[in-house]
Design a protein around this ligand. Structure first.
Ligand SMILES: C[S@@+](CC[C@H](N)C(=O)[O-])C[C@H]1O[C@@H](n2cnc3c(N)ncnc32)[C@H](O)[C@@H]1O
Length: 380
């Protein structure tokens, strides 16, 4: 089967690298998506293990459609009975960009009708009760090319199952994970998020280094599909659990989260507890302006407040001044800062060693990376 893993714009290479580490070699990267060939077993393995991807989809077919007749006929031509059983529930979602077919409700209705007709013939039945497992269909039309896909994830993969609570502007877990992946932080180096909010960056960083499978604590819409019997999904979950290195890595970790807001820290503590890392991350109320550390070669990974949503201009000026101080006071540390402020380098009077364009939904942000010196090699 052709499998798509959707990603936030800018994270494609991070996900591609993850897939290579998982042993997948024949992968193609496009804007917001990775494509590979695989089986249902792969579908489940990807759902459980991919850290920075958003969703795992099965591509059923792709064709050009500029009229509803074409959309209907081509959809009906696809082998839906191979994917969806006679009792499968079939919600249909539609997206259209720059295409002749732009009425989403009509696209949904026509695709649904075509699938139903095909399934009736394919399963030799006159009724489809839709009382069984859900097979959510997505029709996405881009420049008149329609892609018909089945979602296997259900909730987006950023929902790990541990974050029941969030602060004012929480990052998606997938993006926080990617920030850690794109940094030089390793378990032997101290890690601080001085404006940690609900703790997402720190929790994801810890789980990532401990090789805790991001999907281990949640379910997927494909749980219960006939193609994925329970013993198969359980063995994939066990295989992921066997890679868990929590016990070895846990004692090495030195992670602190600070925030000026006492309430949000309660949320962060609760999240860390639910994620199983409460004993690892030390949270404390502290103004970024008071940040200090005697430790060397640490990493700061953070996303400071910016813009209308939270924080006012003078508070943000103070935060920028705190960045300038922290960089002076902690010369061996590396700083990783995600912000939508395009003027950030000027504000803190330092040019980033690397800058990477990422997206939070449709908002363009930059991930500024300021490298400290490499830590000295430890003698064995
Ligand atoms: C964009 S949010 C961070 C969100 C966080 N990454 C998460 O996933 O929840 C920015 C945080 O900075 C905190 N903050 C604002 N000014 C601060 C300051 N001077 N010192 C420390 N924290 C501050 C806010 O309370 C807020 O929680």
């Amino acid at each position: 089967m052709r499998i798509f893993i959707t990603t936030a714009f800018g994270l494609e290479a991070v996900v591609a690298r993850e897939l290579e580490k998982m042993g997948y070699s024949d992968i193609a990267t496009e804007n917001g998506r990775i494509t590979l060939n695989g089986s249902y077993e792969d579908v489940y393995r990807l759902n459980v293990n991919v850290s920075a991807g958003e969703r795992v989809l099965i591509c059923v077919g792709e064709f050009r459609a500029t009229s509803f007749d074409q959309l209907f006929d081509n959809t009906k031509h696809l082998p839906w009975e191979y994917y969806i059983p006679a009792n499968g529930a079939i919600p249909v979602d539609a997206k259209s960009v720059n295409s002749a077919l732009f009425s989403l409700s009509d696209c949904q209705r026509i695709v649904k009708k075509a699938i139903v007709e095909r399934l009736k013939t394919g399963h030799s039945t006159s009724t489809l009760p839709e009382t069984g497992p859900r097979y959510p269909v997505i029709v996405s039309i881009h420049n008149d090319i329609a892609q018909l896909m089945i979602d296997t994830s259900g909730d987006g993969l950023h929902k790990r199952g541990w974050r029941a609570h969030a602060g004012d502007a929480p990052l998606k877990e997938t993006l926080a994970n990617a920030m850690a992946a794109l940094s030089f932080w390793r378990p032997e180096r101290p890690l601080i998020d001085p404006m940690c909010g609900s703790g997402t960056i720190l929790i994801e960083s810890a789980l990532r280094e401990m090789h805790v499978a991001p999907g281990h604590a949640r379910s997927f819409v494909c749980d219960g599909w006939k193609q994925l019997p329970f013993d198969l999904t359980e063995s994939i979950r066990r295989e992921a659990a066997a890679k868990d290195r929590s016990e070895q890595i846990r004692p090495m970790l030195d992670i602190c989260g600070y925030d000026i807001d006492r309430r949000v820290l309660e949320t962060a503590r609760r999240n860390a507890k639910d994620a199983g890392v409460a004993d690892i991350i030390h949270f404390q109320q502290r103004d970024f302006a008071e940040l200090s550390s005697k430790k060397q070669y640490g990493c700061i990974i953070t996303n400071p407040p910016y813009g209308e949503r939270i924080g006012d201009k003078s508070a943000i000026k103070k935060i920028y001044s705190a960045f300038r101080n922290a960089m002076k006071e902690l010369p061996t540390w590396s700083f990783y800062v995600l912000t939508a402020d395009e003027n950030f380098e000027n504000e803190i009077c330092r040019k980033a060693d690397k800058k990477r364009k990422l997206y939070i939904g449709r908002i363009k942000v930059d991930y500024y990376q300021f490298y400290g010196p490499r830590p000295p090699k430890k003698d064995n």
